[in-house]
Design a protein around this ligand. Sequence first.
Ligand code: PHE
Length: 340
Amino acid sequence: MNSKINDLLARVQEFHPKAAAEIEDFRIRILGKKGELTSLMEEFKTVAPERKRELGQSLNALKQAALAKIAALKEEFADAVASTPAIEDMSRPGTAETLGSRHPISIVKNEIIDIFSRLGYTVAEGPEIEDDWHVFSALNFPPEHPARDMQDTFFIEKTPDILLRTHTSSIQVRTMEHQKPPIRVICPGRVFRNEAISYRAHCIFHQVEGLYIDKGVSFADLKQSLLYFAKEMFGEQTRIRMRPSYFPFTEPSAEVDVSCNLCGGKGCNVCKGTGWLEILGCGMVDPNVLEANGIDSHEYSGFAFGMGVERIAMLKFGVKDLRLYFENDVRFLQQFESKL
Ligand code: PHE
């Protein structure tokens, strides 16, 4: 048995693999269930008691030597792999890094901001997690309004109500808190509504809202500002029309349509044959809202408007499914690179 141990020890010491895969084969051959060392261990059980001590020590030394050798070889080969240069031919051209592009929602949001900044508006921002006052109460929402229901709004806490803002009008309230008229701000941001996700609705989307308060601001000013916006966004030939509507915070209120930029107003399947596309809501700020925010409604008047960025981007780029904006498939996003 002694000679078998010495023979195996010599083979362990002389083992010089050429490839990393040989190390594992070697380990199995020696230390595996049917390995040579394992069968020596079996044999050891049958040796005479007076020889156990000496042979046991040699066997143990052999096992330690085998384990140490395998560990050392593994390390050596791992280092070798890590330091092998991946490219043998250093004169070959490298792989080009592809450059990212702006998300279509950012492109359109920036364009909206750009257009209104030419009319003297500045950007205001606010938190996405809001309280009842800034999203509803300061905006003249009656207590029983459906938007205050869990089915329409994501509440984080009840009493006091803490919620995800459902529109960026909350930023307008915050602006009125710390700024005296004249006020001229646009409020871009993400908003949240408890809606089932489909090709035309999402529970997260982006808005840009605007607020203008000064002495003598009229509905004619509102109409002219929005006509300017529509022409800048969709082209000089664009016309707008206003339809009466209702919002708790504006009186009178209106929905604004633009003439369909695909068929020029003749009627097509995008505008469903009407020649018009709805793009935003607006109105004269309700005197109740001015008063609730510490502004004298006899001295000042104002208008407000709000639009969904996804909606404008869909109309501008002809995107038919709103979910594409959130999936971040590069094949979709790459199409907007040239629009920067
Ligand atoms: N806040 C409204 C909404 O989210 C949009 C709006 C803003 C309408 C300002 C009128 C005036 O739907």
